[in-house]
Design a protein around this ligand. Sequence first.
Ligand code: NAD
Length: 430
Amino acid sequence: MKILIIGTGYVGATTAMVFAETGWQVTGLDIDAGKIERLKQGRLHFHEPGLEALIAKHVQSGRLQFTTDKEIAIKEHDVIFLCVGTPSLPDGSADLRYIRQAAEDIGRSMKGYKLVVTKSTVPVGTQEKIKKWIESAQQAAYPFEVASNPEFLREGKAVKDALNPDRIVIGTDSQRATEQLKKLYWPFVCPWIVTTPRTAELIKYASNSFLATKISYMNELARLCDELEVDVTEIAEGMGLDPRIGSSFLQAGLGYGGSCFPKDVSELVMTSRKHHVHLGILEGVMEVNRTQYAYLLDKARSRLTSFADKTVTILGLAFKPDTDDIREAPALRIIDQLLLEQANVRLYDPIAALPPHGSYRAVKVCTSAEEALRGAEAIILCTEWPEFERLDWKKAKKLLGQPNFFDGRNMMNAKRMRRIGYYYQGIGKA
Ligand code: NAD
């Protein structure tokens, strides 16, 4: 079987690597010629630890190829994975335009049987739509099947996650598709869930929404901790030792961001509204997340009286460490608000870059944390890059205008920061 991956972003490039690593012949297809040119040279167009070396290895061995020629690529491959983006529409539901485009491309170019597998996160019922889109574009009634195979990798840990999945979920009504997918995933030893397409689609949304719920729960609790003068990180530790709860996703902070949680929670809520079911918990999860960045900004504003003409340093832009992904990053919302309130914003992130919007021209982008800290009257830590923890904060204090530290990720040791003279505020660490 020859595998075609449509869409070579975070998920597609990682999936292509996984199948090449397990011995299959793989081609990555993208509409973005710039990305494909880089990938052909074994270079990645985003930051993901360990991935570039594996891509380069398989490009060199010839097991992994990249192209922009969809017609030939679709014709020549039997199994096609859809890994295109499914961003949010303005109303919060998933935008399926890239899925539809890819499905119609498949329909137009196929000349024989295809197994089409959806790895993109798509709303319940999309598998049925994909079938219709393929059929409507077909020139003749070639046979095909569509299966759902949601992806659970985490950016920053994508290589490890994708090579060691904790479960493989397959949504299909076809025995043939199940057998083909079992063959493709032959080396993976992990639980398999073979279910209906709708169930597979919903498992993905339910999983991400549950993780987002844990985050918002802790963020809301952190606000109470501030009032009660209790440290939320100790609460999280005490809770997390209970195996029924688990310790992951209990860290209070600026809220969840990235390309998945915000859009996936929002899509699930939209689906529930369409079906007249009230998912009140998830509505609350979104509300806490929407206001969480402002919660920290309020603390900073009340310390400085006003942001106008104050120098504020933002440490970290990416929505989390080990990625350059800034989609829905809380740091962006904070920067937007600071600019609106006339602050002088300085920014340092080891990898991530601001979007090329004119509005960000006013931000002084620095090449080191030390440079960014010069003259700062407030520091707002937005991403927990390890280098921020390692910085000599005693020495750094001399660079500052005022030692005000607002830790949006509860990364620093609060007692130590206060001892060396910082006015330190975290989230739920009063
Ligand atoms: P991405 O934006 O990084 O990549 C999508 C790629 O698809 C882009 O390179 C784009 O140029 C390409 N593309 C769009 N339309 C195309 C077409 N018609 N033909 C060929 N290429 C096309 O997106 P991503 O982060 O990799 O996410 C992809 C999907 O996987 C989304 O549905 C997302 O929700 C899901 N997902 C993402 C993650 C993650 O951590 N990023 C994890 C699990 C699931």
